[in-house]
Design a binder for this molecule. Structure first.
Ligand SMILES: Cc1ncc(C[n+]2csc(CCOP(=O)(O)OP(=O)(O)O)c2C)c(N)n1
Ligand SMILES: [Mg+2]
Length: 580
């Protein structure tokens, strides 16, 4: 059997029905076999970065593995942004890269390159993959595919890469005679939570922090079950943002450097924080680790032992466990626990939620409200089951702070690598993976410009994607930084600093896409918005005049409870007076 046909069959047997990629000489056999496979669609993505991120979107949406392919050399370097993104955000993706023929490959020769577009790949991507291998022996292909697939899901999920020379792709094997991989799963057993239970019984102000590890269906169901039994207040991380809808009474919002003020104020009063499936990075704790609930105990639940052991926060009880196993254990023990009542704690939180939620924040503190008003308007048009994806920059935080989730709605963004140009490719992957009727890809003008070739795929397949350009005519996130720390010298971020956008209207139209240009005034025109949001596929350019800010935003040396703009001391102290 031809190796490339075997690869296509294998991918289909693992439930992969769409594969994203970009053509090139060294991957032609693999793409030919995928294209010829009657049950797999090959999607030419017009940029390898688009393909790599689309495969991630596909994996996130299906809960299965995604797959992207590219040719050697520049094809691989273009894919690396997506590979790194999948690595930092724990997304299982199999990347298959073409390589020059084994007889052209330089191996250990002390030269830079022997074959045209040859590049050593496995070592290059090893820090951003869970497993990466050059397959220079056709007989090993079955074993390595099985191993790579296994590795992508083993423990903390992530990307894997197989680099396959052209002559191996076109070679032949007898799969029955090849070696196969025998997985030896290091399954995490049931966690011992005996040490944790007395902490729960002692806590007057317990709180739950939901991270990326809570986004799965199973975890979400268990969390709801837990909250039915125990009304413990909740905050989420950016990546755990869609693990719980905001209608839960004690959902305090998103925590962190750009978190909601309500969440950051609430968490500061917790005496016990149960962190589920989050690595507690500095975007959540703020850079002042010493000021992050120093008196509280943190129960840190994570399946990655290295995250538990390497973290710099001292006041943690480490629980090496998958989130679902921990939750099951916790739920089973709850009825026998004597948990302190939370009347005062709940009262305080209700007050904080009513005074410092994001809508209050916008009304009180945001000068240029236009971006937030748009997200608010979007909240009235999104429907259960929709997918909202935000890019990177201010737009990401406007959405994360303000979007309201409805049942089965998902919100995706990039947390670790945060590459501009994330939203449209990810939306493409989601569109091929799901039956969601509405997918919103919300981009900044900078990021849109950086990933415009994605419009080609969106238009070609008439994907149910509404692309929103939050056009503040600058690289807003960096521009806000320059206003804060660089005396408003706007190099590279603003028209006064040499930054210029093309006509997005012409761009959208050149791809044959329906295009709308709207401003804040148009947001009150219900029939116009109905018309726009009723489009299956379109580009919406939302013009934002003037400088824009994310609010609240934590300044570098401040504790989490005091984001900018800071409340005056009196008001701040009054907010916590219930405890005095
Ligand atoms: C590929 C890449 N380059 C640079 C950055 C650094 N960066 C983060 S946000 C940002 C500005 C984004 O501008 P825009 O897309 O217009 O979004 P806005 O902040 O204005 O909403 C930049 C340059 C990045 N995250 N990714
Ligand atoms: Mg911008």
């Amino acid at each position: 059997m031809k190796v490339s046909d075997y690869i296509a069959d294998f991918l289909y047997s693992k439930g992969i029905k769409t594969i994203f990629g970009y053509q090139g000489g060294m991957i032609t056999h693999v793409i030919d076999s995928i294209g010829n496979h009657k049950n797999i669609d090959y999607i030419q993505c017009y940029h390898e970065q688009t393909a790599a991120l689309a495969a991630e979107g596909y994996a996130k949406e299906t809960g299965n593995i995604g797959c992207a392919v590219s040719s050697s050399g520049p094809g691989v370097t273009n894919m690396m942004t997506g590979i790194a993104d999948a690595y930092f955000d724990n997304v299982p993706v199999l990347y298959i890269t073409g390589q020059v023929n084994t007889y052209e490959y330089k191996y250990d020769k002390p030269i830079r390159q022997q074959g045209f577009q040859e590049m050593e790949v496995a070592s290059l991507v090893s820090p951003i993959t869970k497993y990466a291998k050059l397959l220079d022996n056709a007989e090993e292909v079955p074993y390595e595919l099985e191993k790579a697939f296994f590795m992508a899901f083993e423990g903390r999920k992530g990307p894997v890469l197989l680099d396959i020379p052209l002559n191996i792709q076109r070679g032949n094997i007898n799969p029955d005679k090849c070696k196969h991989f025998q997985p030896t799963a290091t399954k995490l057993g049931v966690p011992s939570i005996d040490t944790v239970l007395p902490l729960l019984e002692k806590a007057q102000h317990p709180m739950l922090l939901l991270g990326a590890g809570c986004n799965g269906q199973i975890e979400q169901t268990l969390i709801k079950e837990l909250l039915n039994l125990w009304q413990i207040p909740v905050v989420t991380s950016l990546m755990g943002r869609s693990s719980l809808t905001e209608d839960y009474k004690y959902h305090m919002g998103m925590v962190g450097s750009y978190g909601n003020r309500s969440a950051n104020m609430a968490i500061s009063q917790a005496d016990l924080l149960i962190v589920l499936g989050s690595r507690l990075d500095t975007r959540q704790t703020g850079a002042r680790l010493d000021a992050f609930i120093p008196e509280a105990t943190i129960i840190h639940v994570n399946e990655d032992i290295n995250e538990l052991e390497s973290h710099r926060l001292p006041n943690r009880v480490k629980v090496h466990s998958k989130v679902d196993s921990f939750l099951r254990e916790l739920i089973s023990h709850l009825p026998s626990l004597h948990l302190p009542e939370m009347k005062v704690w709940h009262e305080f939180l209700k007050e904080i939620r009513s005074k410092y939620n994001q809508l209050c924040e916008i009304t009180r503190f945001v000068d240029n409200k236009a971006p937030y008003v748009f997200v608010e308007a979007l909240n009235s048009y999104t429907k259960p089951g929709d997918i909202v994806i935000s890019d990177i920059g201010q737009n990401q935080m406007w959405v994360a702070q303000t979007i309201r989730l409805k049942d089965d709605m998902k919100y995706f963004t990039s947390g670790g690598l945060a590459p501009m140009g994330y939203a449209m490719p990810t939306a493409i992957g989601c569109a091929f993976a799901s039956s969601a009727k509405n997918i919103y890809a919300i981009c900044g003008d900078g990021a849109f410009h950086m990933s415009t070739q994605s419009l080609g795929v969106i238009s070609q397949y008439k994907l149910p994607i509404k692309v929103v350009i939050m056009n503040n005519n600058c690289l807003g996130m960096i521009n806000q930084f320059q206003r804060l720390y660089f005396d408003s010298r706007f190099y590279g971020t603003h028209p006064t600093g040499g930054f210029q956008n093309p006509s997005f209207e012409d761009m959208a139209k050149s791809y044959g896409l329906k295009y709308y240009k709207i401003t804040e005034e148009d947001l009150t025109d219900k029939s116009l918005l109905e018309e726009i949001f009723n489009n299956k596929t379109c580009v919406i350019e939302y013009i934002i005049n003037g400088f824009t800010s994310v609010c609240p935003k934590l300044e570098y040396d401040k504790p989490l409870s005091k984001p900018m703009p800071m409340l005056d001391e009196d008001e701040f102290n009054r907010a916590f007076s219930i405890f005095n």
